[in-house]
Write a protein that binds this ligand. Structure first.
Ligand code: NAG
Ligand code: NAG
Ligand code: NAG
Ligand code: NAG
Ligand code: NAG
Ligand code: NAG
Ligand code: NAG
Ligand code: NAG
Ligand code: NAG
Ligand code: NAG
Ligand code: NAG
Ligand code: NAG
Length: 538
């Protein structure tokens, strides 16, 4: 959310990469020049790519015989955008660009070697908005969602490459309801995703206008305001006031600025020799250049983004669970066929108490949001696979760590919850992925599929629900968990978030850079928390 971005590195990359060919990296002189590879290690500003289904350690990735996906919930992140005006994003890139402009105004000295591209470099970015590349990513996500899930959920006919508004008998289907925040890049992501899912593609007579595929026609849209103090599960920090405070909401960013000198000091020193006299590179400048078009110390760069999110939105922040609990409550409400009529979190009950905005028992739900919300939802669920704090000191970081943001929330990332119906209570796990062309392909029969399961995926990787705290979902090797057990596993989630105290309590943090793992929550008397220490608001 608040944090970093970039797509425009792509713009710069072709110019920069060759120029860097002579740069010497710390221990290896051969520079990694494959931008396709590099751009998958940029944390939340990574280019989208599917994780292998077994990426998070689930080894049986097929759907058992007699089972089929019956409902899908997607929590879909926006895609490539310009940098935001955030402290460790646009502020640093714009600051560096301005420093160059100022220097050139007074000096004609040149950069040399791998930095000579800076002699003609001009900063070309706007702020915050979705880019064309981002629109393309979201459109592709919408197409993929149709191919993977729409075909099965809607029993598509051969060659049907997008949604049909009518049942086979010609009667109109109820319109799907999509939800988005009002923020430009989120809404634009929703618009492009919808164009991918709903059409226009296989019409026998081309449809010259896109209006059919926008809200109100093929689907309905709920736009939830973002940017104030309203309740919005898709931008939940807005209603969690403590998250606005320096020293609480920005714990991870503080860690980043402690780590930057550790891993970039030598790089800054090495690059300084290519800068003209009078232009002194700071570590922040080097980091700004990495944000602009990442350089060679990729492992350290990636780790800074992991720590920013772990300590701002995950287990490392006392408000981590509170920021994710709202969407989790909505997911559980949909899974248990209930409205939410009273809110005790970021849920806006005027949206969740009615069938127009929050219809139950629909084939799919698509909600458009920010990267941090996905991280916070996984935290609120206590999916302990991800309770693996990034080291604040180690360089290079442990390559086998679990919390790697590039794999969790790249541009266009999405958290999927599949509801699966099976004919047996304990269907045998299947090791290999099975492409499903039609619903009944592997023995599924809707009338005897009475045993319901949940399986979750993060960018295609099946999540290890057996690591949900408490063990309710232990026992299967394929990431499936009986629906009732999954729901039971979340019984304590709201209490654990300690929402009111986390978001509105009068407390501050004693040491904001000690890497303490708060388990995503805070309670009175907790070590490291100073009670009644917030400055008076008036
Ligand atoms: C240097 O890094 C490249 C790319 O990661 C790798 O293919 C190569 O084996 C490394 N060479 C040495 C000497 O470590
Ligand atoms: C150029 O240098 C002068 C004198 O050092 C300084 O006052 C001025 O602010 C500089 N201009 C820019 C754009 O940095
Ligand atoms: C960003 O784009 C808008 C138009 O879409 C323009 O008005 C604005 O000046 C631009 N801002 C920057 C920082 O380039
Ligand atoms: C799917 O559609 C086919 C006709 O194309 C029909 O024979 C079949 O019964 C349908 N299956 C389900 C599960 O609705
Ligand atoms: C058309 O099919 C849908 C779904 O099976 C059903 O709900 C609806 O009543 C049918 N309409 C007519 C006119 O038969
Ligand atoms: C698109 O919208 C127009 C105008 O509402 C309508 O006449 C046409 O049937 C629609 N086309 C499709 C493919 O739904
Ligand atoms: C920086 O260089 C020093 C001296 O060569 C070396 O001891 C240190 O390990 C390097 N630090 C990093 C993070 O590479
Ligand atoms: C680097 O940037 C951060 C954020 O703007 C700032 O807090 C910090 O003081 C800067 N570091 C230096 C050495 O200027
Ligand atoms: C917003 O959230 C608060 C709890 O934080 C709740 O008291 C309030 O009723 C909610 N408002 C709506 C409209 O749901
Ligand atoms: C469910 O239906 C399928 C397909 O009709 C059949 O092959 C299977 O034996 C049934 N399973 C059970 C447990 O009744
Ligand atoms: C905070 O903790 C870090 C790591 O333990 C330590 O280096 C630092 O001195 C502490 N800061 C304060 C203000 O106590
Ligand atoms: C927090 O508590 C302290 C001590 O009672 C009080 O002085 C301060 O005004 C409170 N801050 C807020 C924001 O209520």
């Amino acid at each position: 959310m608040h944090l970093t971005s970039l797509s425009s590195c792509i713009v710069l990359a072709s110019a920069v990469a060759p120029a860097l060919a002579s740069t010497h990296s710390r221990s290896n002189n051969s520079l990694v020049e494959d931008l396709g590879f590099i751009s998958q290690h940029w944390g939340q500003i990574s280019t989208y790519s599917d994780n292998p289904a077994s990426y998070f350690g689930v080894n049986h990735v097929g759907l058992p015989a007699g089972c089929q996906v019956e409902q899908v919930h997607t929590l879909q992140r926006h895609a490539q955008r310009f940098p935001t005006s955030y402290i460790d994003d646009g502020i640093l890139t714009e600051g560096f660009a301005q420093k160059l402009v100022d220097f050139r105004a007074n000096s004609s000295s040149s950069f040399s070697g791998p930095l000579s591209f800076l002699n003609s470099y001009k900063y070309q970015m706007n702020e915050s908005y979705l880019t064309g590349i981002g629109a393309n990513t979201e459109f592709t996500r919408g197409v993929d969602f149709w191919n993977r899930y729409g075909r099965i959920l809607y029993n598509a006919s051969a060659g049907q490459v997008s949604y049909n508004v009518n049942y086979p008998n010609g009667t109109a289907r109820p319109k799907p309801v999509l939800r988005t925040t009002s923020q430009s890049r989120i809404r634009e992501s929703q618009i492009n995703w919808a164009l991918g899912f709903f059409g226009p593609t296989y019409e026998t007579v081309p449809v010259p206008k896109l209006t059919n595929y926008t809200d109100g026609d093929f689907f309905d849209l709920v736009v939830i305001p973002e940017g104030g103090t309203e309740n919005n599960t898709l931008a939940s920090y807005d209603s969690c006031f403590n998250d606005f405070l320096v020293g609480i909401g920005d714990l991870g960013d503080q860690d980043v600025f402690t780590y930057i000198p550790r891993y970039l000091q030598n790089v800054t020193a090495r690059l300084q020799q290519y800068a003209p006299a009078g232009f002194t590179l700071s570590n922040n400048n080097t980091y700004g250049m990495q944000l602009l078009c990442a350089y060679d110390e990729w492992a350290g760069f990636e780790n800074t983004l992991d720590m920013a999110y772990y300590y701002d939105y995950g287990y490392g922040n006392p408000t981590g669970r509170a920021q994710g609990i709202g969407y989790l409550q909505e997911l559980l409400a949909r899974l248990t066929h209930q409205y939410i009529t009273v809110s005790n979190s970021s849920v806006n009950s005027s949206i969740t108490n009615n069938s127009r905005d929050f219809p139950l028992d629909r084939p799919f739900y698509a909600d458009f949001t920010h990267d941090d919300i996905i991280v916070s939802v996984l935290t609120a669920m206590s999916l302990d696979y991800f309770r693996d704090p990034p080291s604040l000191t180690e360089y290079p970081p442990n390559p086998d760590r679990h919390f790697i943001l590039s794999k969790m929330t790249p541009f266009g990332g999405h958290l999927i919850t599949e509801v699966i119906g099976c004919s047996e209570a304990s269907p045998a796990a299947v090791s290999k992925e099975r492409v499903q062309y039609y619903p009944t392909q592997y023995g599924y029969n809707p009338s005897n599929a009475t045993h319901k399961f949940v399986r979750m995926r993060l960018n295609n990787g099946i999540l290890p629900l057996d690591t949900l705290r408490g063990g309710a979902c232990k026992g299967r090797t394929d990431g499936m968990c009986a629906l009732d057990k999954f729901v039971a596993s979340q019984n304590a989630s709201y209490a654990l978030s300690n929402y009111d105290y986390a978001c509105f309590g009068n407390w501050t943090i004693a040491n904001t850079t000690n890497g303490f793992d708060y388990d995503g929550t805070v309670h009175r008397g907790q070590a490291g928390i100073l009670e009644n220490t917030q400055p008076s608001s008036d």
